[in-house]
Design a protein around this ligand. Structure first.
Ligand code: SF4
Length: 314
């Protein structure tokens, strides 16, 4: 008798749970998609990244970030109040084991205009850099030159890169700790040859969300370690530091990311950014003036507005 009761009760409950779970996943995915679109749209607007008539070259490495960038950019293109073009570009550097069919197949299926540039920079780097030395600076210099040529050939005026806000925060600390500079990774800047505008539409997007989106969309990810280059130990160190901080003080990473958008040059020490030499009394009250001996008090970081920076544990 008991068994009947239990069976009758358990079967629908299990069913409910399964359906409830599926509905929850669907809801969460929908929320994630909305968040990705909102954050990319906000970044595009805040920095005026894309304008009427732009032809944007979307640089595809085959990693989750560039797939995510293209995917969301294509959605934005459909709803944007302006017209702009997208060309996806991948540089096949001839690294051993690079699965060269994956990106063309994916991009052709997507129906987006694309170009695969094949240039054996791998052999050049291997030939010129002694074994054990880091290859990245020569490799990226070559890659940059090639991508500029491709952008010129394809008549693109903007280059979109898939860096997200965790990359930006890491770069900020790398520059501060190892470069002695208060400098991050810009969401928009002219290329070093002055010819193009480089944009980072994922500037407000957390890496954790890109990982989830890549899993949901089942992007055919190409491993990034094919070149066999050593890991950048300084970046690893900074990544670990940020993860530890976030674990110990949840919300700290978000506050730091907000700080990158709230710079007060008068309270730093760069003479070229603030005219310290000519400071005179104004006779006017200024809430940003020096508080002299007041204790500094800080509000508890708000966890609203842009959703928190989520540092991913690798
Ligand atoms: S990690 Fe490899 S592919 Fe990337 S820049 Fe360095 S050498 Fe080049």
């Amino acid at each position: 008798m008991n068994a009947v009761w239990i069976d009758d009760e358990v079967a629908p409950a299990a069913q409910d749970t399964k359906e409830a779970k599926a509905a929850k996943i669907e809801r969460e995915t929908h929320k994630l998609e909305k968040r990705l679109c909102r954050q990319m749209g906000q970044a595009i607007m805040d920095f005026n990244m894309i304008e009427e008539g732009d032809r944007v070259m979307v640089c595809m490495s085959g990693g989750k970030d560039s797939y995510g960038m293209l995917d969301i950019l294509l959605k934005m293109q459909q709803r944007a109040p302006i017209n702009f073009e997208i060309v996806a570009v991948n540089l096949d550097q001839k690294q051993p084991g690079f699965p060269e069919h994956i990106l063309p197949e994916y991009l052709a299926k997507l129906g987006v205009e694309f170009h695969i540039e094949t240039q054996d920079t791998y052999s050049i780097v291997k030939r010129n850099i002694p074994e054990g030395k880091t290859m990245c600076s020569l490799c990226s210099r070559l890659r940059r030159g090639i991508l500029y040529n491709v952008a010129r050939k394809l008549k693109c005026n903007k280059l979109a890169l898939g860096h997200h806000r965790d990359d930006m925060l890491q770069t900020f600390f790398l520059n501060m700790f190892f470069g002695g500079k208060l400098k991050g990774m810009p969401p928009k800047l002219t290329s070093d040859n002055g010819e193009f505008v480089v944009i980072r539409p994922l500037a407000y997007v957390a890496e954790k969300d890109l990982i989830r989106w890549a899993a949901h969309r089942e992007f055919p990810i190409i491993p990034c370690s094919l070149c066999g280059s050593q890991t950048n130990l300084q970046r690893v160190q900074i990544g670990n530091m940020l993860r530890d901080w976030e674990k110990q003080y949840p919300g700290r990473a978000e506050t730091m990311f907000t700080a990158l958008q709230n710079v007060v040059p008068s309270h730093l020490m760069d003479h070229s950014k603030h005219d310290f030499k000519n400071i005179r009394p104004t006779g006017l009250e200024d809430e940003n003036g020096d508080k002299a001996f007041d204790a500094e008090e800080f509000p508890t970081p708000a966890r609203s507005g842009l959703p928190g920076l989520q540092v991913v544990t690798l």
